[in-house]
Design a protein around this ligand. Sequence first.
Ligand code: TXA
Ligand code: MG
Length: 324
Amino acid sequence: MHKKISIDIKLALRQLQNGELVAFPTETVYGLGADARNEMAIRKVFTAKGRPVDHPLIVHLANAQQMAEWAQGIPKAAFILAQHFWPGPLTMILHKQPAVSNLITGGQDTIALRVPNHPITLELLQRFGSGLVGPSANKYGFVSPTTAEHVATDLGDTVAAILDGGACTVGIESTIVNLLSDRVTIMRQGAITAAQLSQALQYDVAINTPDTNVRVSGSHASHYAPHTPAYVLPIEQLLQKALQFSAQHAKFSVISLQAKPAIMDANVLWQQVSANPAIYAHDLYSNLRMHDELHNAAILIEQVPNIDAWAAVADRLQRAGAKD
Ligand code: TXA
Ligand code: MG
């Protein structure tokens, strides 16, 4: 195990107070934590990730009461959503308090807030008493980490510590909602669905492609992508492509909801994955990283069903397969 992986919350706390970076577990993916009131510490986050500084960060809080320290003009909907979904995989975009650093917000006057649902990180946040910025703890554009080992692979040299909370239970990033206008809209899909949000708010919550006023770096097409070329295809096209790779004697991977057909040859690492969207999401980034490490010619991924329950997974697959 990597020497910086530990469960020492006290040590992590001291390191954060000293302006160092500490990766923390959440239910979605691991975050790269730094003191959100310390600009030197926040700068280190951008450097470690290789992330452009105009891409804003989420501030993680211990509870909903702390919202008012970071946001102003908080609408009623925010309290309703906090009541229903925090701690949990929901991030809210609100108007920021003037004192919040522009480094966090990419110079915008808005702030992203979330109370994550992981016992270790909730204890860390409670003891810290303030906010922690926490982008996913991966290199910019790459697949998010869902284990402490993933973080060590990507950022082991730059973090002071990696708090080990086991494998993330959800496995894909939080749902991001925009609360800047009258009606709440979804800016990034996640485990909390439009239907759940609509039920909590008693009106239909729409899924909105980001406009130019509100930037979501995770919405760039080539985000969440492995280094190996990934192709997301319906099963018939996937089989055709697989036969082409086989004919070229290229080694390749397949992630499919089906069992390996008998006609497939030995060059393929065919992984049959769960047809349950929550289990699929839980394993997705580990699976992508595993196939990526084989340095094969390609990862062929079977398209998932085009229904609500699969929407967040479908979104991440599309980004993993984007070629820009
Ligand atoms: O599940 C998650 O949200 C994880 C865990 C660690 O909490 N965090 C995460 O952070 O995914 P990151 O930085 O990888 O993605 C956060 C997204 C980015 O796409 C960013 O652009 C967007 O949130 N964001 C942050 N502040 C924003 C703001 N003020 N307005 C619009 N988008 C914002
Ligand atoms: Mg990210």
